[in-house]
Design a protein around this ligand. Structure first.
Ligand code: ADP
Ligand code: ZN
Length: 721
């Protein structure tokens, strides 16, 4: 027998299939150790076959199998091939997507403990051996117990009974359960008529259905019903959410509903926990894979339902190689398994909505909240007038009044702004100098708690200079407001209010998110201040006021999607207000109150927003009417990067000349941020009429091999900086 093996080295030169001799027990999907070059490498068996075209004297033998059960399923192997082809990346790289990193590096493995129990049959114990009698009684009562614990308690008696054969010791596998003990049962709701018909529409519809439901319309309950139905049919399910670690309520709900059938994969888990969750899915002990983007690769077989919640979320496109689209992978899996794929959002992306409108996807609309709760009223506040009235703080008069009212009624408030730190930047009022990062071409942000300047791109910290480094002037000022400054101002305005701040400076890892959100949910605080983290799908019943401090921030982002993003953000944040019986309100502060995006958002008019936006995209030939493709060239040595850029540009120019009718735009330039983490950044920016030229663009880039320079392709990148 022979095995076709891909060696797990992500270097395109070795992205070739090698034949090795193997035994009968070798199967596709297994990880194996093979002799490679002068050493030993791990490889993946892609296929097992009877004969090989390689001369017998050249064929080496597989050294050993790394797993009993093939780590990769048939479906994983097929998908890995498709992704490698589509994005022109080595197969070794795409295969890795399907394994927990911990497995590849071999740093964790299954954990076992030794346990003892009474042996079968009669093993009389002398009535004088008091300890042995006690041990026997203990084991009769408890069944089995960890050997280490028994040794502590019964000492020599254990050894004696093991020696005599009265007690036997066995190895047991243990699972590291990340959420042990955090479960409280949550009953399933009886579906409303709208929810019921949504469930039926998904089941009787085509492969993909979009559920467009306002915030609080009960989408989660629909997903859970669909997933439960798939399990009942003996199938498995995949449930993708943007940031599960940010939504402990969702976690709790899932554990309460599905118990150990649910395996939750996310970045907050320890290596061992992640490995065990993955293993439970692979071995079929858990049948629902829940997690962020990467859970789309979960090793479940016989999939009966795939759900992508908050489908518009930017986290669904990968920002490192391979830059796959989660939706595309999910759709492939749905087609492979013959199951349904559900996309859900209160603010679907313009592209998805168009595909639904055009009939490519099914469309279900839920326009009312559960129990016909009203949507919170949104007030647009013109901040220019506030400035004119001499109010230079981040809070309008009306926001202060509503906040006071909210607090005195004993309710909770969420304040959102899109910038962390104390101020946006530090500026010299004498010469205009702006403090910038030495490694990145970006302005630094002042952080008052650590009294330092931080780079938000690379994390570097700098001391706050006592005077302007450029002119020596003493008039260094803070420009713009961040979460720290807002929190400090709030503390002055409402000394008795309990305030929590949540942004990447205050939270780290699973514990951090949980702690802050739990404190807020347990009403240990009155006001939560934060960046977009607070916009995610939280369900806090006592929140009746949401303040959006700077709605304009994201509007002026140099990106064709900035309007869409702003609409989504405002709608999502506003949706946190008034979710229970008390009615909610939203104060939306802006310097641009006539802006159509904000006006549509304030009225919850998605259709109006969509009609306006899609007309604009059509008129300007932007996605979904065109595709933006950016080839990035980055490297620490500027001359090498420029050299590589030239090569890329030449290759692409040739394509451009040949197929100019497929190009709407074609240019090379510095990336908007010229340097990040010491890497110079250049780009070729293209706008294409469709996908036809894509394959060739990838092919051109795959050919460029420059030492120390990274070349990669981005399709409709969500961040053009
Ligand atoms: P969405 O995901 O659409 O924003 P959720 O699924 O969070 O909405 O539901 C909003 C609220 O309504 C939650 O508190 C949820 O428990 C409740 N809910 C959902 N379905 C029902 C139902 N059928 N009956 C009663 N309450 C429900
Ligand atoms: Zn930096």
């Amino acid at each position: 027998m022979f095995a076709e093996v891909i060696v797990d080295i992500a270097h395109s030169d070795v992205d070739k299939i090698f034949d090795y001799a193997c035994g009968e027990d070798c199967a596709a999907g297994m990880r194996v150790a093979v002799p490679f070059a002068k050493g030993v490498a791990t490889g993946f068996v892609m296929r097992v076959k009877e004969e090989s075209g390689v001369p017998p004297e050249k064929i080496k033998k597989i050294l050993r199998r790394e797993d009993d059960l093939p780590a990769l399923t048939e479906e994983s192997l097929l998908l890995a091939r498709r992704i490698a082809e589509r994005y022109r990346v080595p197969l070794a790289l795409t295969l890795r997507l399907f394994l927990p990193a911990e497995m590849r590096t071999g740093k964790v493995a299954r954990r076992y403990v030794n346990v003892c129990r009474l042996a079968e049959g009669e093993h009389p114990v002398s009535p004088r051996a008091k300890q042995q009698l006690a041990l026997a009684a203990y084991l009769r009562e408890h069944g089995e117990e960890e050997s280490a614990r028994l040794r502590e308690r019964f000492g020599g008696a254990l050894k004696a009974m093991l020696d005599s054969g009265a007690v036997v010791s066995v190895r047991r596998r243990v699972l590291r359960d990340p959420y042990r003990g955090s479960v409280s049962a949550a009953p399933a709701h009886t579906l409303t008529a709208a929810q019921q018909s949504a469930v039926e529409a998904v089941k009787s519809g085509g492969t993909v259905t979009l559920i467009h439901g306002v915030t609080g319309s009960g989408k989660t309950e629909i997903y859970l019903t669909l997933i439960a139905d798939a399990l009942r049919e003996g199938k498995t399910a995949i449930f993708l959410v943007p940031e599960i670690s940010l939504t402990p309520q969702m976690l709790r709900q899932l554990r309460a509903r599905f118990g150990s059938e649910a395996a939750i994969l996310h970045s907050g888990l320890s290596a061992g926990e992640r490995f065990d969750e993955w293993m439970r899915l692979r071995e079929g002990d858990a049948r629902i894979a829940i997690g962020a983007r990467s859970a789309v690769f979960a090793p479940v077989e016989n999939v009966g339902m795939i759900v992508i919640d908050e489908e518009h979320d930017g986290s669904y496109s990968s920002e490192s190689a391979p830059r796959y689209s989660t939706f595309d992978v999910a759709r492939l899996r749905a087609e492979y398994n013959g199951c349904k794929l559900v996309l859900g959002s209160a603010t679907p992306s313009v592209e998805t909505y168009r595909r639904a409108k055009e009939g490519e996807f099914g469309l279900v609309t839920l326009s009312e909240r559960i129990n016909a709760r009203p949507m919170p009223e949104v007030r647009l506040v013109d901040m220019r007038q506030e400035v004119r009235r001499g109010n230079a703080t981040a809070f309008s008069r009306i926001l202060r009044e509503r906040l006071q009212n909210c607090l005195s009624e004993g309710n909770q408030a969420i304040l959102f702004l899109n910038r962390r730190g104390y101020s946006q930047t530090v500026l010299c009022r004498d010469c205009g100098y702006v403090a910038k990062c030495e490694h990145c071409d970006v302005a630094l942000t002042y952080h008052s708690e650590e009294d330092c300047l931080k780079c938000h791109y690379c994390g570097a910290r700098y001391k706050m200079p006592p005077a302007c480094p450029a002119c020596g002037g003493r008039h260094l000022g803070y420009v713009g407001t961040g979460t720290q400054r807002v929190t400090a101002e709030l503390k002055k305005m409402y000394p008795s209010a309990r305030i929590l701040r949540m942004d990447t400076d205050t939270v780290s890892g699973k514990e951090g998110h949980f702690k802050i959100l739990k404190q807020f949910a347990d009403r240990e605080a009155d006001i939560l201040v934060g960046t977009q983290m607070v916009a995610k799908g939280h369900d806090f019943p006592s929140v009746t006021l949401v303040g959006i401090l700077d709605a304009d921030m994201s509007l002026h982002f140099p990106d064709y999607r900035s309007g869409e993003r702003t609409f989504q953000l405002v709608t999502q944040v506003a949706g946190r207000s008034g979710r229970a019986s008390a009615p909610g309100e939203v104060v939306l502060q802006t310097y641009d109150p006539e802006n159509y995006i904000l006006r549509f958002a304030a009225r919850y008019d998605y259709e109006g927003f969509y009609a306006h936006e899609i007309a604009l995209r059509a008129a300007t030939a932007f996605p979904p009417f065109a595709k933006i493709v950016r080839v990035m060239v980055t490297g620490e040595r500027e001359d090498a990067a420029v050299e590589a850029l030239k090569e890329v540009y030449e290759g692409l120019s040739e394509l451009y000349r040949r197929e100019s009718d497929r190009f709407l735009f074609f240019n090379r330039m510095h990336a908007p941020i010229k340097r990040i983490q010491n890497k110079f950044r250049y780009q070729v920016l293209m706008r294409l009429t469709g996908d036809e030229a894509l394959r060739e663009i990838y092919a051109v880039c795959a050919k460029i091999k420059h030492k120390d320079v990274l070349v990669y392709v981005e399709e409709n990148p969500s961040n053009l900086s």
